[in-house]
Design a binder for this molecule. Structure first.
Ligand SMILES: Cc1ncc(COP(=O)(O)O)c(C=O)c1O
Length: 388
């Protein structure tokens, strides 16, 4: 905690902004040199479209793309054919909302809009019942209703709450339901094993785990999409096409129509190399120590209250707080003047803020390049805010 887990000078953004205290990794993480170089080198030496060229560059490019799939699979203990590359976690979840047709839905009130709005929209459009799962004050899910499909987050992007996904997936299976787990705030920050958790589907984004924007992941348990309809139609997702009709490929290719994010997959692969070299357990422990230190640091500052679990073992590296009498956006502007970057507002979780009876929060979030000094800067600035 005294120093970053991955040195700041491995990230060009910090070399170019040496006094930056970046505390907004829950929105998107910064990019290490190794990821930028991997993409640069790929474009400069090996780039060609994949899966269709008979020439060497296309073969090499295809190999790298498929190796990236294998790497993602290994990270979460899945098989390569269980990994679908999409544009983002948002697209992964929308894809599911479109192709799955359960008899009823259950969604928690804590979800990010990307794991809330698609289900709400589909339930209404298909005239199917939808129930909303309540939370306690720390963000732990209350009793699950009976439903055909459950959309739940592994870790909240606002409260940081880490729910017991393994137990919930067991219960969902007992209810004969399908589990869709939004692990966007979980996979980048610790070991996430889809087999141990026992979920049917998991979604996450590359850009929150040191990788590039433009690529997301959908884990779909082997065979579960065999009878599901495709999402996007076009090249690369077919076995054969004729005027009589089209035979579609199997997953994952059925869901990767058109030219996919090839260089982005190579960038994500480099990000995973660095995360694994750093150690997922070490990342979790580093963030837990930072979260504990941050809670202790801001706890004693007059007029500040924070939300979510008080026990750092039950919380991801995210702290959302409010300063009484001040709008969260004003807190963020004030900190920005001191080169401290945090997020403010509803963090794409309006139902959660309504449940907590607040309109917004200021949010500081931590990652591998943060250390104690970032939190000291935050606490110091917040302390001054109270005595202006
Ligand atoms: C919990 C959670 N789910 C989903 C998303 C959506 O991710 P993306 O914008 O990469 O699609 C986010 C992004 O903030 C998130 O925090």
């Amino acid at each position: 905690m005294d120093k970053p887990l991955i040195p700041k000078d491995e990230f060009p953004i910090f070399r170019n902004n040496p006094s930056l205290n970046f505390l907004d990794s829950a929105a998107s993480s910064q990019k290490p040199e190794s990821v930028i170089n991997a993409m640069d080198e790929f474009y400069s030496t090996t780039y060609a479209n994949i899966h269709r060229g008979m020439y060497k560059l296309s073969e090499q490019s295809t190999n790298l793309y498929e190796k990236a799939r294998e790497k993602v699979a290994k990270l979460i203990n899945a098989k390569p054919n269980e990994i679908i590359f999409t544009k983002s976690a948002t697209e992964s979840l929308n894809l599911l909302a479109y192709v799955l047709e359960p008899k009823s839905y259950a969604v928690s009130v804590m979800e990010h809009h990307s794991n809330f709005v698609p289900w709400q929209f589909m339930a209404k459009a298909r005239k199917k019942p939808i129930s909303y799962i309540d939370i306690d004050d720390e963000g732990f899910f209350r009793k699950l209703p009976k439903a055909g499909l459950y959309a739940l987050s592994a870790a909240s992007n606002v409260l940081g709450t880490i729910n017991n996904i393994h137990g919930l997936c067991d219960e969902i299976r007992d209810n004969k339901g399908i589990s869709v787990i939004d692990a966007t705030q979980a996979v980048p920050h610790g070991k996430f094993d889809v087999k141990k958790e026992g979920c049917d589907f998991t979604a996450f984004s590359s850009h929150k785990m040191l990788g590039p924007t433009g690529i997301g992941v959908l884990y779909a348990k082997e065979g579960i999409l065999d009878n599901a309809k495709p999402f996007l139609f076009g090249g690369d997702m077919i076995k054969s096409v004729s005027v009589e009709g089209t035979e579609f490929s199997d997953a994952p290719y059925k869901y990767e129509a058109g030219t996919p994010p090839i260089a982005e997959a190579i960038g994500l692969s480099a990000a995973i190399d660095l995360l694994e070299k750093t150690g997922m357990e070490n990342i979790r422990n580093h963030e837990m120590a930072l979260t504990k230190y941050a809670m202790e640091s801001i706890e004693n500052i007059k007029n500040i209250s924070y939300y979510g679990p008080k026990d750092p073992r039950k919380k991801a590296g995210v702290i959302s707080f409010n300063v009484s009498g001040m709008h969260a956006n004003d807190v963020a502007y004030f900190l920005s003047a001191k080169n401290i970057a945090i997020r403010s507002g509803h963090h794409c979780a309006m139902p959660l803020h309504r449940r907590l009876n607040i309109t917004g929060t200021a949010r500081a979030s931590f990652y591998v390049y943060n250390d104690k000094s970032d939190i000291d800067a935050l606490a110091d600035a917040l302390g001054k805010l109270n005595f202006r």
